[in-house]
Write a protein that binds this ligand. Sequence first.
Ligand SMILES: [Zn+2]
Length: 145
Amino acid sequence: MRHAAGGSAADRWAGPAGTGTRWPVGTGKRWPVGTGKRWTWSKVSAVHAPDGRGSVACDGPVYAYTYRLYPPSDPSFERCVSLRWCSTCREFSGAMVFVPRGEELPDALAGLPGPERERLERSEVKLLGHLDRLVRRGAWPPPRP
Ligand SMILES: [Zn+2]
């Protein structure tokens, strides 16, 4: 069967810009096909940025996690990293943000043993893997008091 609208393959397939990841849009499939690779996180400047025609290929929820890089004694203590990610298409972005000294940030790594914590803190991608598991378990975002 031919469709009258007849778009090219490129119209029906889309992935995060510049990553080469492609998956069927509007088919309900959640995994890229034909890449033969394990699906990995791709860093973008903005999660779910619209493409050239103003449409966004993914409608998954975008989550956020802000964490401190420096100990309280460091002059850079208020310089934090804000991660945003979508668990559906695995786009993520990281940005530097300022969080005032007095503001408490929820700790997604609370309760983890020290070595595991260090392992996750060394790698954005490992940290995202952990955050994604929390989301799937319903443990992120944390409940607000
Ligand atoms: Zn998405």
